[in-house]
Design a protein around this ligand. Sequence first.
Ligand SMILES: Cc1cc2nc3c(=O)[nH]c(=O)nc-3n(C[C@H](O)[C@H](O)[C@H](O)COP(=O)(O)OP(=O)(O)OC[C@H]3O[C@@H](n4cnc5c(N)ncnc54)[C@H](O)[C@@H]3O)c2cc1C
Length: 233
Amino acid sequence: VPSLFTFNIKDKIIEGIPGISTEAEVQLRIESNLKGNNKRKSKSYISKGPTLITHWGLSGPGILKLSAWAARELNACDYKFQIRVNWLPDERITDVLDRLNQLRKEEAKRTVYKTKVFDLPSRLWRNLVQSANINSEDKWADVPKSKMELLSKRLCASEFRVNGKSTFKEEFVTAGGIDLKEVNFKTFESKIFPSLYFAGEVLNIDAITGGFNFQNAWTGAYIAAKAITTSVD
Ligand SMILES: Cc1cc2nc3c(=O)[nH]c(=O)nc-3n(C[C@H](O)[C@H](O)[C@H](O)COP(=O)(O)OP(=O)(O)OC[C@H]3O[C@@H](n4cnc5c(N)ncnc54)[C@H](O)[C@@H]3O)c2cc1C
């Protein structure tokens, strides 16, 4: 199955702002039916890292890591699942709400839209503010507490429905391949067919993003090549 792919999402919060990248914590929840009974099993993965808003949804290391950890489960659910994004990964939602309520008093006459409150790209801040039903002209003093609560939720727990992944062949790597138990890693030779060597993608190795797949391909190829030339000698 493919691994290291981006998530397709259509949502007002990330609409019209492709190219923006920010540090975020992304939580992925997958529900699956356990075989043979009706019990639903829920599994969750969390990753933190730069998260990139694209024309189609979300990408960047924070997303790619999740796609690798859950590659098989996401394939099984046909790439339809839910994620939760905390755009302020170092803040707690209760502290964020306190800060917003404080601003209602301190910045009463300023527009929410134009106030730089958190370390967030301003266009993302404006989209988040709008998603909390706060208009571009609204001043802090005009915003009721209920909308402040909604805004704190959007900031720390934006829910997104993912519907598909980056298109076929744009994925970076394949999860699956030759069973590692069948390979002698001192030489990368098959334990089943002598004189047959494997390296790289063909093995059941897929790493998170960061060059580890290249490392796997190059290191394995080096060891296999050495073993082959030694065996020829
Ligand atoms: C878009 C993209 C981005 C990536 N980014 C990263 C990254 O940032 N970091 C990272 O670690 N990994 C990344 N990867 C993964 C990495 O490129 C692969 O894991 C690595 O190249 C695998 O090396 P390989 O030699 O096993 O296979 P490949 O590099 O796929 O080489 C296989 C070669 O075999 C050739 N071939 C296929 N069939 C035949 C045939 N019948 N006869 C002769 N030749 C044939 C192909 O043309 C190809 O040249 C990325 C992959 C993609 C697609």
